[in-house]
Ligand binder design. Structure first.
Ligand code: PNS
Length: 166
């Protein structure tokens, strides 16, 4: 059984991320979407909130499972026996960063896991979690950037001021 990991901070999970996960699910038997920590970023949503949003957004893809993992990606690859790490790239900036991470992860897995890069669809090139967080901060509607399950998540609605406060 060929297993791939789609790792990311997913803060939150966008339509661009969903497209990459769907395309990966056609190439592998098992796809693990791993919500992880990026030490360069401060997160708006908790790992549990992010994992819930992704679970709801990918509920119709049978070979996808979602976890929150607070460790090294290479360690997760070893634990799951994943043959590939799959990431999306929108342009040269993403590419340069992912190239560096791919080399590190290849080394740390002893060559067991390869990184595969999928090019984002043109309609997703302007979408990023950073843009979504900026929209949320200024109260803009980010419905066009997100799967409906994410846009309607209680934790996200709370950030827009449209959710129930307890
Ligand atoms: O969505 P992002 O922010 O581009 O995802 C980056 C992420 C979370 C995949 C990356 O930061 C990561 O792999 N974090 C886990 C720790 C790790 O393995 N770091 C690389 C080796 S030092």
């Amino acid at each position: 059984m060929r297993c791939a990991i789609c790792p990311g901070s997913f803060d939150p999970f966008t339509l661009g991320h969903l497209d990459i996960v769907r395309r990966t699910s056609r190439l592998f038997d098992r796809v693990i979407v791993a919500v992880m920590a990026n030490s360069e970023k401060h997160n708006l949503f908790s790992p549990e909130e992010r994992a819930r949003m992704i679970r709801n957004a990918t509920a119709d893809v049978p070979n996808v499972e979602v976890i929150a993992y607070d460790g090294l990606l290479s360690q997760l690859c070893r634990e799951t026996g994943a043959a590939a790490i799959v990431k999306g790239v929108r342009g040269t900036q993403d590419l340069e960063h992912e190239r560096m991470m791919a080399v590190v992860n290849h080394k740390l897995t002893g060559g067991e896991a390869e990184t595969l890069l999928l090019f984002s669809e043109p309609e997703h090139l302007h979408i990023s979690s950073t843009v979504v967080r900026e929209y949320l901060k200024y109260g803009l509607d980010c419905g066009e950037l997100l799967p409906p399950e994410v846009a309607g998540d209680p934790a996200l609605l709370l950030k827009t001021g449209r959710g129930e406060r307890r």
